[in-house]
Write a protein that binds this ligand. Structure first.
Ligand SMILES: *Cc1c(COP(=O)(O)O)cnc(C)c1O
Length: 394
């Protein structure tokens, strides 16, 4: 029996890779310079490190370095993209389009904009979590300024057809932002091929440090109103002293992620397959989200015949797992993503999100499934309604 719960929450965050930590360490004490201090070697050293990191991160998405703006994470990048574009394009209109299944870091800025006079269309998704392209096309209006649709969903792992969405937006003359917090260094991303105008990134889902991310902005075509005013860093788009250690760590994490991308995805797919086979054998299990268009490390499933909060409470001592995003599950709310897929609130709560990462082992999956099997069997027996609930959840 392991002492600590097994970590199966890689979509919430990931531990730092020790190699990333090594890359960051010199920039805390030995090389403390402010990259904006142009007058001395400490400043140059920091500026050089940031330049290299910016090149690395830009290269990872086929962008040019000047188009990468460092932020405190994907939440800030999303806020800058959505509110920044909305404010900068008032002359064009006040309408935005997004998805019901977006992360709260997209939905909340959209709701804020609604409260100050903008209009937002929240597109529904299909039963498999994918956007319907014809619905997107129909939703675009002459006053639409931005479409914001995530690359990879943080709860169900579903990968949206970003290239098709980008093409539609390009043809209709609408800017396209994508929250790629879950996708960077896990799938290959090319902002040119995908026709993306703005892309949000973060480091802590890929074994990098928390508190650092970036926004890609296609220059010079995209205009943006800054949301943080100050010393004018990052071309005046995001003021504040650049966090050299975090930026260096972010770039290192991206580098390692890309180097390991294919073998790691194959390994994760195999692990997930094994997990799914055992889970399925419990009967009364429904997978949430498209089984192929998905992140390799993510599996979300609804467990019929159990009380969700009860199940999670039983699992917590053994497994660090969640029923939805870190933001909603700790408030006891059913996942808005699973509701959008058509699950009832009770079934949404009786769902598990497995986040497998690069430190997840075969033995951990075996152990996790032993625990889940025992717990689910026990709870179903208690309820005396094994498989009684209809698999049709709509
Ligand atoms: C984690 C996450 C965010 C928030 O990123 P932070 O860097 O923690 O602010 C935004 N969007 C998605 C899809 C995420 O998974």
């Amino acid at each position: 029996m392991p002492q600590q719960p097994i970590y199966l929450d890689a979509q919430a965050t990931t531990p730092l890779d020790p190699v990333v930590l090594d890359a960051m360490l010199p920039y805390f004490i030995e090389r403390p310079g402010n990259p904006s201090s142009g007058g001395h070697a400490y400043g140059w050293e920091a500026a050089a490190a940031i330049k290299e990191a910016r090149q690395r991160i830009a290269g990872a998405i086929a962008a040019v370095p000047q188009d990468i703006i460092f932020t405190s994470g994907a939440t800030e990048a999303n806020n800058l993209a959505i509110k920044g574009v909305a404010e900068a394009y008032l002359h064009k209109g006040r309408h935005l389009i997004t998805l019901e299944t977006e992360h709260s870091a997209v939905l909340a800025p959209c709701r804020y904009l609604e409260s100050v006079g903008f209009e937002v269309t929240y597109l529904p998704v299909q039963g498999d979590g994918l956007v319907k392209l014809t619905q997107l096309e129909q939703a675009i209006r002459s006053d639409t300024v931005l479409v914001s649709i995530m690359t990879a969903n943080n709860e169900i792992g579903v990968l949206q057809p970003i290239e098709d969405i980008g093409l539609i937006c390009r043809q209709r003359g609408v800017l396209f932002h994508t929250d790629a917090a879950q996708a960077i260094a896990k799938i290959s991303l090319n902002v040119q091929a995908l026709n993306v105008d703005l892309m949000s990134l973060t480091a802590h889902k890929i074994y990098g440090p928390k508190g650092i991310g970036a926004l890609y902005i296609r220059r010079p075509s995209v205009k943006l109103a800054p949301q943080i005013h100050g010393g004018g860093q990052e071309n005046n788009w995001r003021s504040g002293t650049l966090a050299t250690p975090q930026i260096v760590g972010f770039a290192k994490a991206v580098q390692i992620g890309l180097e390991q991308l294919e073998p790691e995805n194959l390994r994760l797919q195999k692990l997930r397959q094994k997990l799914w086979h055992r889970l399925e054998s419990l009967q009364g299990i429904e997978r949430n989200g498209h089984p192929q268009h998905t992140l390799a490390g993510c599996l979300n499933a609804t467990i019929h015949g159990v009380d969700g909060p009860r199940l999670l409470a039983e699992l917590y001592p053994h497994l660090a797992i969640s029923s939805g995003s870190a933001c909603s599950s700790n408030q006891g709310q059913p996942s808005h993503v699973l509701l959008a897929l058509g699950r009832s609130p009770a079934l949404a709560k009786a769902s598990l999100r497995f986040g497998l990462g690069k430190y997840t082992t075969d033995a951990e999956i075996d152990y996790a499934m032993d625990v889940i099997e025992t717990t689910v069997t026990k709870l179903r027996a208690e309820k005396g309604q094994l498989l009684e609930s209809s698999p049709d959840t709509k």
